[in-house]
Design a protein around this ligand. Structure first.
Ligand SMILES: [Mg+2]
Length: 369
């Protein structure tokens, strides 16, 4: 039997700024998921938070886009919103863009990543969840993990991995209509790099095994971007599910790609370039300029659709070194203030005030004598 892994996430309010949902909000979401497990709607589930986002991981056999499962997530976010409003939290209900549920949450605000899998022996997967950054934050790590043998030696050790992978990449330009392109590696890796270098415009939506073409390895929460293409103006804190082991990269190959603490768009006011810091689950956004964050939970999944306990990958002491590195990189960039690469290009600035300022200055420019 195929199992479906559904990850649905939303920011529906947080304590004292864009920090973290309140304990009561998370507990309510947890009770909603637990109730669905007891009712048999889900075979299992897990709830946590990353910065201001509540993450709902749900396992079932209903397939992607199922109305009952999406309705359950909608209900969980509605209840958490009610609490956030009662507690007068910041941004209460911010990712709930519609009033009424109409079958699934696509286009309604929450981010969705869903993967239907025919279980392999030892089926294992990782869930990466980010806060204070954009979907393109995964571009470099996914390139390194699935394309580069300097990062993933499995590409030369496993004949199944040597066959390569296909990347489906989405164009998130407001005029693109959410169009996608599929590129196959290793033949087209330079073409892939040419797209993925632009984190603001091109983002990885999914990755497929070429050894087992029906098998999707990675799915990312670009679903929301699809639905609001044409009016996308800001950051969507991304999340992704990646299957690991066997003929897919090992978890340590995928997490290795995050040791660079590479610079991504996001942080304070979603307007800067800052390093992506690996953090443990349930980490609030940092008070120091909202450094972009990523957490990673590993799970095993059995034939009954039951999850193992989560392994919090970035809780291991070796990641303390990467966190220090990320902070040093952040400090260097912040010393640069507003100048040059410290801030995003004008097309990406979410907070419109600077546009008004430049418009006002426009008429004061004088032509040369
Ligand atoms: Mg967020």
């Amino acid at each position: 039997m195929k199992q479906t892994i559904s990850l649905i996430k939303a920011d529906v309010g947080s304590v004292g700024g864009h920090t973290r949902p309140s304990t009561k909000m998370v507990e309510t979401a947890r009770q909603t998921v637990q109730g669905a497990i007891e009712a048999g709607t889900l075979s299992d589930g897990f709830v946590w938070f990353t910065g201001d986002d509540i993450e709902l991981l749900m396992i079932h056999d209903r397939g992607p886009g199922d109305e009952t499962v999406h309705g359950l997530a909608w209900q969980a976010f509605q209840e958490a919103t009610r609490i956030a409003k009662a507690e007068n939290l910041y941004g209460a209900g911010q990712d709930i863009l519609k009033d009424a549920f109409t079958g699934n949450v696509h286009g309604m605000g929450p981010g969705v990543a869903e993967l239907q899998v025919k279980l392999r022996p030892g089926e294992s997967f990782l869930v990466f969840t980010c806060d204070k950054t954009e979907p393109g934050a995964f571009n470099l790590p996914l390139y390194l993990a699935f394309v580069d043998p300097m990062n993933s030696t499995g590409l030369i050790l496993k004949k199944e991995m040597k066959r390569g992978f296909s990347f489906r990449v989405m164009d998130v330009h407001p005029d693109s209509g959410g169009r996608t392109i599929t590129l196959s590696t290793p033949e087209e890796l330079y073409d892939l790099a040419a797209l993925l270098r632009d984190n603001h415009r091109f983002v990885v939506e999914g990755i497929y095994s070429r050894y087992a073409p029906d098998e999707q390895v990675v799915v990312a929460t670009t679903t929301r971007l699809h639905n609001i293409a044409g009016k996308y103006t800001g950051k969507d804190d991304p999340a992704m599910i990646t299957r690991v082991q066997g003929y897919f990269p090992a978890p340590e190959e995928i997490t290795q790609a995050f040791t660079r603490a590479h610079y991504v768009g996001g942080d304070a006011r979603g307007s800067h370039n800052m390093p992506l810091m690996p953090v443990t689950m349930d980490t609030p956004a940092s008070s120091n300029f909202c450094i972009p964050m990523v957490s990673c939970l590993a799970f095993s999944l059995n034939e009954q659709g039951r999850l193992s306990e989560p392994l919090d990958y970035f809780a291991h002491p070796c990641w303390d070194y990467v966190r220090q590195k990320a902070y040093r990189k952040a400090e260097e960039m912040r010393l640069q203030g507003f100048s040059g690469p410290a801030m995003l290009p004008m097309s990406e600035l979410e907070y419109g005030g600077i546009t008004d300022t430049l418009d006002a200055l426009e008429e004061r420019f004088e032509a040369p004598e």
